[in-house]
Design a binder for this molecule. Sequence first.
Ligand code: 1BN
Ligand code: ZN
Length: 360
Amino acid sequence: MKNEECKMKNKMSRKLLSLSSACSPAGKTVYSSFFHSSLKVVLYFSFLLFTLSCCTPKKGAVVVEQPSVTVPSFNADSAYRYVAAQVAFGPRVTGSEAHKSCGDWLAAKLKGFGADVTEQTAELRAYNGDKLPMRNIIGSYNTGTNKRVILCSHWDSRPWADNDPDIANHRTPIDGANDGASGVGVLLEIARQLQQQQPTIGIDIIFFDAEDYGQHSDEYNDTDNSWCLGSQYWARHPHRADYLARFGVLLDMVGAPDARFCQERFSRRYAGSVVDKVWHTAHALGFGTYFPLTPGNYVTDDHLPLNEKARIPTADIIPYDEQHGFGIHWHTIDDNMDWISPATLHAVGQTLLHVIYNEK
Ligand code: 1BN
Ligand code: ZN
């Protein structure tokens, strides 16, 4: 989208402010020495009534626009390149060489975009006993403020294509272009924008590890928390003591051309106001087709530990529809760059930029 077009949409979504709402109750102390206290009370309430009536917008009242914020334009080609760069490392399976190299690259990119970078490392155990050298990578902006928002994605990729139609691929690791790299690509582009124009609030971009090392679908195992190990760890050990954020937004699989981000149900339950904010912003910007206002399903994802353990209301932008589930490429060897659409990355990234820059 061109800069001008974006600014126009930004203008359209501005709130209108009644001119008369600038009135405020005042003057009480000026008159206080002239009257007895009972008279003072009567006068005070008369004044309050006058003030309230003055502040009620009248038919035909003059309205002025609140000063607008300029929201940067999300560059979808740049985000696309960040997705491709991650995929080029090979499958980022936690503990693999590609994982290590890609993690170094992500930390360097965030630093290059001016973030304060914190890494959390821990040796975790997967549900099957595999040792997992977990690495959460966090890029913080405007650390001096406690008005903070989390934007997060997982950066690891699934070790097994266990949803592939060909059973011969069920032990093959996946590229995870959409499942992993797409959300990170959008957030790297947002990081680049944050460096160029600082918003009022502080932002923590968190790349969670070991989201996708969950139970293989061909194995029976009754562990129910085998997914989202990095975010579970972060929720138990936030990267700052007494860390708090107003809200969070998780991006998972935000790159497919036909993506429909129905409202994930845990997000509606725990973070209804965040869902409203994000989905209504998307609609105001003309991205309503990607963001239906209808409920999706319940998804075990990185937002759950943030909502349930860290108590930070966090919404998950994740595609789901009755017909295609998470998409036909989900956990198959076909989750590659062919499934990445700059238009979808743009819809998600531009929506988030508007949410961030309009937060006061
Ligand atoms: C999201 C992307 N998830 C995995 N890859 C979470 C998930 C876990 C989705 C279990 C469905 C079942
Ligand atoms: Zn996955």
